[in-house]
Design a binder for this molecule. Structure first.
Ligand code: NAP
Length: 229
């Protein structure tokens, strides 16, 4: 994928890994980036050369997703980053939290990929990058809702690969380990810096990798969990 020709859209771009992804894309030379977020937020200064356009986008809202696909009609690289991690095991998680985790991590990612695949195809091809997790490959019982939703999102990612095979839309699966963002605040775990995770993701996508292991823990454990080492 040619960086200077790419037009990117990042969901959940207002904080955490999403904000770092916007920064990494700008640093890599992507000229136009749509920064999707549920509410208004302050965009950092990315210098000249990159135009970062805020886009109101709640991925659980089908009408907003459809509007974003007609508004951001020049997109060639969709990064499905938005995610939600409720705490709680299978016995303690509430039904509301389980449904919310599925609605954001599975349904929202599916909704966005389905809306943008034809857009990317019409623009001559590109990629959909789903930010999954190592937890998509190895269950984390204290985060039962998140684990179930991220496993399902990996299954859906593989189904998109199958449906879009033979088109110009590549489907990339990304499996980070712990990242030092709000999502893991208060959780004792090895955590990589979101900027370094984002740079690795952007490099791997531009290189054409199908599966991305963007941090040390992920690189050590991911390929074996995926059965490719
Ligand atoms: N942190 C980790 O250790 C880790 C590890 C592996 C994978 N990941 C994955 O990496 C991605 C980014 O996570 P993060 O660590 O940056 O988490 P985060 O700091 O909690 O940020 C989550 C982002 O998702 C957005 N979001 C949540 N629900 C949304 C919705 N319905 N519509 C649009 N945006 C929504 C949030 O927006 P608001 O500000 O509006 O809430 C926020 O921008 C997620 O997919 C996560 O599962 C994270």
């Amino acid at each position: 994928m040619k960086v200077d020709k790419a037009v990117a859209l990042v969901t959940g771009a207002n904080r955490g890994l999403g904000q770092s992804l916007v920064k990494a894309l700008a640093e890599a030379g992507v000229a136009r980036i749509y920064a999707g977020a549920r509410g208004r937020f302050d965009l950092p200064d990315f210098g000249s050369g990159t135009s970062v356009l805020p886009l109101e986008l709640d991925i659980t809202d089908g009408a907003q997703v459809a509007r974003s696909a007609s508004h951001a009609s020049d997109v060639t690289l969709l990064i499905n980053n938005a995610g939600l991690l409720p705490h709680g095991g299978a016995m303690s998680v509430s039904e509301k939290d389980l449904l919310a985790a599925i609605e954001v991590n599975l349904m929202g990612t599916w909704r966005m990929a389905r809306a943008f695949a034809p857009v990317i195809e019409a623009n001559g091809g590109g990629a959909i990058v789903n930010i999954l997790s190592l937890i998509s490959l190895q269950n984390a019982p204290p985060f039962a809702a998140y684990s179930a939703a991220k496993y399902a999102s990996w299954a859906m990612t593989q189904s998109f690969r199958d449906d879009l095979a033979g088109t110009s839309v590549r489907v990339v699966a990304c499996f980070p380990g712990g990242i030092d963002t709000d999502m893991l605040a208060g959780v004792a775990a090895a955590k990589a810096h979101p900027d370094s995770v984002a740079s690795s993701i952007v490099e791997a996508v531009m290189r054409g990798d199908a599966n991305v292991f963007p941090d040390r823990v992920s690189a050590i454990h991911g390929p074996a969990l995926l059965g490719i080492s």
